[in-house]
Write a protein that binds this ligand. Structure first.
Ligand code: MN3
Ligand code: FE
Length: 305
């Protein structure tokens, strides 16, 4: 890429084209403007503070452990998405870039949310990185930044597929979604930490839009070039063992998991969600853009946010 500054290409919104509102990115942008604007600062943690006082040492340890994974994961996705936004913007895909502004804003809010929990409910100011095991580090410290930073020097469709599979399908689709689902279910079952539950419920809605965008992006790229499937498949095969390893590492650390948390529940959910999305991107090979729009719209409609 050269450093020469170029004049702006013709503007989308003052051309005959205008904004393509009937496309998945604009539908996601519309949803994000409605559902993605909740404020972590407004969540009432008073009952959570009282609940925390009643927990025993192992229960607190497990909650800190899970929070340390969520917290660093949210910071990672906030920090690492910028090269993808730059890539999409450089291709002149205004509608997608507009949606991605909400994506980054939401990741920043998730980072804000977990830090509020650590500060105000757990009341800890200590190093939590000892919870980040090799499987977790492999994905969050290494594979995620590597795949996204690659876009700074290589914006090819192959590099984009690799970045999006790593970010949207593995980090968000396997790790975040599974972690939040199981964590939310456990808190609900035990009737504790209502503020934390409210935040997780809202955050899960944001994540479902992020994943929907990722599946759309990968599908759009595979529709244009079916040979990119190999890159998608290779990336998933490389990273899936570490993603599932995070679940095994977390459970392996405790003799008996509190809150009725079950390892099989996490692993089963992760694999079934993964399988569903894998089938969708597999079908995108050789599909038309119209077909991709239709399946993406369907997936967006099926989510309530
Ligand atoms: Mn997030
Ligand atoms: Fe996300």
């Amino acid at each position: 890429m050269s450093n020469t500054i170029q004049t702006h290409p013709p503007f989308v919104t003052t051309s005959m084209a205008g904004l393509k509102r009937n496309t998945p990115p604009m539908r996601l942008f519309e949803k994000a403007k409605r559902y993605g604007i909740w404020n972590p600062s407004d969540i009432d943690f008073r009952q959570d503070v009282a609940d925390w006082q009643q927990l025993d040492a192992v229960e607190r340890e497990v909650l800190l452990h899970l929070t340390s994974l969520f917290q660093a994961g949210e910071e990672a996705v906030t920090a690492d998405i910028l090269p993808l936004i730059l890539t999409i913007a450089a291709e002149g895909r205004l509608e997608e870039e507009m949606y991605l502004t909400t994506f980054l804003f939401e990741e920043a809010k998730h980072t804000d949310f977990f830090r509020r929990f650590l500060d105000e409910v757990a009341g800890v100011r200590m190093d939590l990185t000892h919870f980040h095991t090799p499987s977790y580090s492999e994905i969050i410290y290494t594979a995620l930044p590597a795949a996204l930073q690659a876009l700074l020097t290589d914006r090819s469709p192959a590099a984009q597929v690799r970045a999006s599979v790593t970010y949207n399908m593995i980090v968000e689709g396997v790790l975040a979604e599974t972690g939040y689902h199981a964590y939310f279910t456990a808190l609900e079952r035990n009737g504790i930490l209502p503020g934390q539950r409210q935040g997780i419920r809202l955050l899960k809605q944001d994540e479902s839009r992020h994943i929907a965008y990722g599946i759309y992006l990968i599908s759009r790229l595979l529709a244009e070039d079916a040979a990119l499937w190999d890159i998608a498949e290779r990336t998933m095969n490389e990273l899936l063992p570490s993603a599932l390893g995070v679940i095994a590492d977390t459970f392996g650390r405790y003799d008996a998991m509190p809150f009725g948390l079950e390892e099989s529940e996490f692993a089963h959910y992760a694999l079934s969600q993964f399988q569903k999305r894998l089938e969708r991107i597999e079908h995108a090979r050789g599909a038309t853009l119209e077909e991709i729009y239709t399946t993406t719209d369907l997936a967006i409609q099926q989510n309530d946010a």
